[in-house]
Ligand binder design. Sequence first.
Ligand code: FAD
Length: 388
Amino acid sequence: MSYKSDIIIVGGGVIGSSVAYNLLNDGYTGEVTVFEKDSIYEFSSTPRSAGGIRQLFTTAINIQISRYSLKKYETFPNDMAIDKEKTEIDFKQRGYLFLSQNETIEQLKKQCTLQQSYGVPSELLTKEELLSIIPELNIDDLNGGLYCSEDGYLDPYSVMQGYVRKAKQLGANYVYEEIDTILESGGNISGVKLTNGEIYEAPIVVNCAGPWAPALSEKMGLPIPVIPLKRQIIQFDIAEELEKDLPLTVDPTGVYFRHEGTSLIAGFSEAVKPGIDFRWKRSFFMEQLWPILGHRIPNFERAKIVSGWAGMYSHNTVDQNAIIGDHPEVQGYYLACGFSGHGMQQAPAVGKGLSELIRIGKYETLDLSPLRFERFERKEILVEGAIV
Ligand SMILES: Cc1cc2nc3c(=O)[nH]c(=O)nc-3n(C[C@H](O)[C@H](O)[C@H](O)COP(=O)(O)OP(=O)(O)OC[C@H]3O[C@@H](n4cnc5c(N)ncnc54)[C@H](O)[C@@H]3O)c2cc1C
């Protein structure tokens, strides 16, 4: 059996669904078909994310992408309302805070200036000023921090479902089946073959398959420098409450933490072997997180694990940034993958950009071309200094 569509999107996570929504919301009138193999999104990266939204990046492109996306998340509940019912995403603008030790303060000053030049209200804080944000913080070994009060965290699952519902309302066709192969003939995309053997023909395929994107591309003979890496998050309770709600805070060691309701969550990008693996371990908290958390905030010394989970980063091994845009070797093949742990805060801008590139052949709102695939061959590598 063979079906036809105008655009096929592989993966209905936050990225694929934002692309579908933006295409249709921008007036695209063709058939948009989104394939999603995991109908309850059990293993997708999106619902397993920490939901951190920050403009505190070190490259102009990531700062601009995050600023655009943050503004979209501020108005998301109304913009994505269905029949006047708001799409709540629990966006808590409690700030984002990078704590600094001596060796990074100059770097932070430079970052702050660059962020401010794009309108981001980031601030460099002295170590004493940090106490106005987190009164219980141990500042003995810190020399300050970089803070942005507009930033914060949201509920990734609600954002994704908001995009899915709105895209469907605008006419997107979601098919809950797995794509086996992206098909190409003579340098042009011709469609996809599903694992059930069905063929869907289309001249355009967008690879938004998250951690599974590199394997699909590799199968076409078009490898991309992205590997799946396991990332764990642990939820815990503390005996003595903190005075204030936490910003998403990143310790100089890379351990990050924030409130999750009345509990807390913490995570860390530990060194792991590449591969899909969803097992989480209490020992990760006991051995890697807890000593650092207890040192940074004494209240964390008396902590009790509530639960935990593991999700996948789609880690770009070359420059830890997303790969966005058309593939130079196959006409009609587009990529939106390799987000390296910052895809939630990029989803609105990436969806908008790809909608423009596919519909009109160029970027209008925000030039995402620094993230194009050709940057690797052209040695236009885009190293991001603030990876969490
Ligand atoms: C622990 C953790 C913490 C994170 N914290 C943050 C954060 O604080 N801030 C931030 O911005 N980002 C964060 N991220 C990153 C963020 O979650 C991802 O960048 C983002 O969710 C990527 O979305 P996606 O749609 O590309 O991937 P996914 O959500 O994984 O969606 C891809 C979809 O494709 C489907 N799929 C794959 N292959 C096929 C196929 N062959 N056929 C059909 N369907 C297919 C999958 O089932 C999946 O649903 C974090 C990630 C993790 C794991």
